[in-house]
Structure formats: C-alpha cells, structure tokens
Design a protein around this ligand. Structure first.
Ligand SMILES: C[S@@+](CC[C@H](N)C(=O)[O-])C[C@H]1O[C@@H](n2cnc3c(N)ncnc32)[C@H](O)[C@@H]1O
Length: 321
C-alpha cells in the first residue's frame, strides 16, 4: 500500500474542501471518459478531478518504482521531472531520496503548474523546487540532472514527439532515466518504443527487465494477449472517496515502467511479472528471466525455507530464490 504523505493529503483536502461532492464526482467521471477516448484535461474542474482521483495513483506508482531501485537512488542529489503535472513525483522523490537537494519540474499547463506550486510551497523543505513553464516537445535540450523522470506523460505525445523527448531526456540524465506509464496496452507499447530507442542510445536497463534483449512479452502483446505491467494498492483519502463515490477504502493502480542507467550495471535478478498464485503446498511464480525467457517457477512445500520465502514475494519483486 502506498499512502500519500500526510502533508500532501491535507493540502489536497484544503484545496478541494469548497467543491461540492456531486461536482467533483461528475468531473471525475468526465475526466475518466476523456482519458478512455484519448482526450486530455480541458477545464479547471478536470484539474481538480485529477488532483482528487489521479494524483494519488500516480504518486503511488512512482513511489513503488522508486522503492524498487532504492539502492541506485540513495546517493543522488538532483532530479528533473518532465510533464510534472501537479508535482506528485516530487513528493515521492523527497520520500525516496535521502540526499536529494534540488528538483526542477517542467510543465506546459499553467494551471496545473500553479496547483502544483501551491501544494509543494514550503512543504518539501529543505529541497529546492524550481517550476518551469515549458513545452517539452519543443525543447532542443534539457538541463542536466542526475535523475530525469517522465511519469504518465508519453501517453500524451505522438510517436515522433515521444522519440524526441525520450532522446533529449536521456541526454539530460547524468545517471538514471525513469519512465512510468499507465499499465495499459498503450502504456506498455510506449514503454516498449522508448526501451528500443534507449538501448540503441547505449542505455543499460536496471528495471524491470533483467536483460537487454527484446521483451519476451512483445509477441504475446502483438497478438493482443498480454503485456508487462505491475500493480500498486492506493488507500483512498476523503477527497478520493468523494470523487469516486466509492465505498472500498483502496484501489489498485496498474502501471508499466522502465529505468535506464548510463553506467554499466551488474545484471538484476529474475523479475516476478504477475501476481504470485498461492496454492496449498506450492506457490506459482511467473518470471521474466536474466536470459530473456518467460518462465513459470513452481516452488513446492518440499523446498522448505524457499517455499516459506516464496509465499512473501509479490508481483514486481526480484526473485532471488
Ligand atoms: C497525466 S499528467 C501526469 C502528471 C504527472 N507527471 C503525474 O505523474 O501525476 C500529464 C502531464 O503532462 C503534461 N504535458 C503533456 N504534454 C506536455 C508537453 N508537451 N510539455 C510539457 N508538459 C506536457 C500535461 O500538461 C500534464 O500535466
């Protein structure tokens, strides 16, 4: 479960307090319909709906990705977030990166930027926050930072813009580039496109793939059967429940991601790419392996300690058994 930091959750509550619940609900419904039809945020009510219903989910996905690469992030000090929206990634970064001291956020929509500024103002001290209003598809280059991120943005770009932005983002990343997209076929397809470009540019994949070979799920994806994605559970805050008229206290957000490093990295372990299936007497794990194969590993009770460990593993974990 990835909960919003209390300060952020309180700031959202304050910003949305005066908005009647029925208006917020309608705006959320309208926004999700727009996303389904490939349309983007248009009105201030859509932005408020984004703050209530989507920001907690993108925060959760980002926070979980950061947990998966904690050891790489720990020493890093500067971060550039492109298409920052209301800055949810900055909050996750401050949580995850103990040595972070500067974040630059690029955002095209001035209202999103203003809302993000008011959420972050004085709340992320002592990390310096610089907001820049800019269209990332027009930039010839971005300022260098140790980490560069694009979270839920590639989805909003054309293939040509995606190639331009990913190329420039990689150039600007001194150490690591992180891409996160919705865990939909389109999100995976954008990640796949970026993956090929980045490997050709000399990038080394840190996660989720434990290899640099073509994605072994790509053939199943072409047949419309499967794609690589993960899941994070998000608790629903007051505004979140108001927005969705929801009774469940949580929801699941699916996402796809890619982390690419500029340095040579030791290969990572096999990755669990589906929810483990717990049966009486055995656990079924679906793995993407270091030799770029899809493998089903059945860990049975007779394997003793390994079986006990396997029961605690989750979708998205590295499998070291
Ligand atoms: C779905 S939101 C994601 C926001 C944020 N990254 C997050 O994870 O919550 C996409 C954001 O990208 C911004 N965006 C889309 N195209 C852009 C561009 N060409 N230049 C700058 N920002 C852009 C949008 O204005 C919007 O705020």
């Amino acid at each position: 479960m990835e909960s919003l930091p209390l300060q952020l959750s309180n700031a959202i509550d304050r910003q949305l307090a005066s908005l009647p619940s029925n208006k917020l609900r309608d705006a959320c419904f309208d926004l999700s319909q727009r996303y389904i039809q490939g349309q983007l945020i248009k009105t201030q009510l859509h932005r408020q709906a984004y703050m209530a219903a989507r920001l907690p989910a993108t925060y959760g996905a980002t926070r979980q990705v950061f947990r998966r690469i904690e050891s790489f992030l720990n020493p890093l000090k500067t971060l550039l977030d492109l298409g920052a929206g209301m800055g949810s990634l900055a909050w996750a970064a401050v949580d995850a990166m103990p040595n972070l001291h500067h974040i630059t956020l690029f955002e095209r929509d001035v209202e999103m930027l203003r809302m993000g500024q008011s959420l972050t103002l004085n709340n992320l001290d002592p990390v310096e926050i610089a907001w820049c209003r800019d269209d990332i598809t027009q930039a010839l280059s971005f300022p260098s930072h140790e980490v560069v991120t694009l979270s839920y943005v590639l989805n909003e770009l054309s293939p040509k813009e995606l190639a331009h932005v990913v190329h420039r983002a990689y150039e600007a990343a001194d150490k690591i580039l992180i891409l996160i997209e919705p865990g939909t076929p389109k999100g995976y397809s954008n990640i796949l496109m970026a993956r090929t470009l980045l490997i050709n540019q000399g990038g080394h994949i840190i996660a989720p793939c434990p290899h640099q070979e073509p994605c072994p799920l790509a053939p199943a994806f072409k047949e419309g059967k499967d794609w690589c994605h993960f899941r994070v559970r998000i608790p629903r805050g007051t505004y979140h429940r108001r927005a969705k008229d929801a009774s469940l206290p949580y929801e699941d957000e699916k996402y796809s991601y890619l982390v690419v490093s500029k340095g040579d990295q030791a290969p990572t372990a096999d990755r669990i790419i589906k929810a483990p299936i717990l049966k009486t007497g055995h656990v079924i794990l679906d793995l993407c392996t270091q030799n770029a194969q899809l493998e089903r590993r059945i860990v049975s009770k007779s394997e003793g300690e390994l079986y006990a460990q396997a029961r605690d593993y989750d979708w998205g974990d590295e499998w070291t058994g």
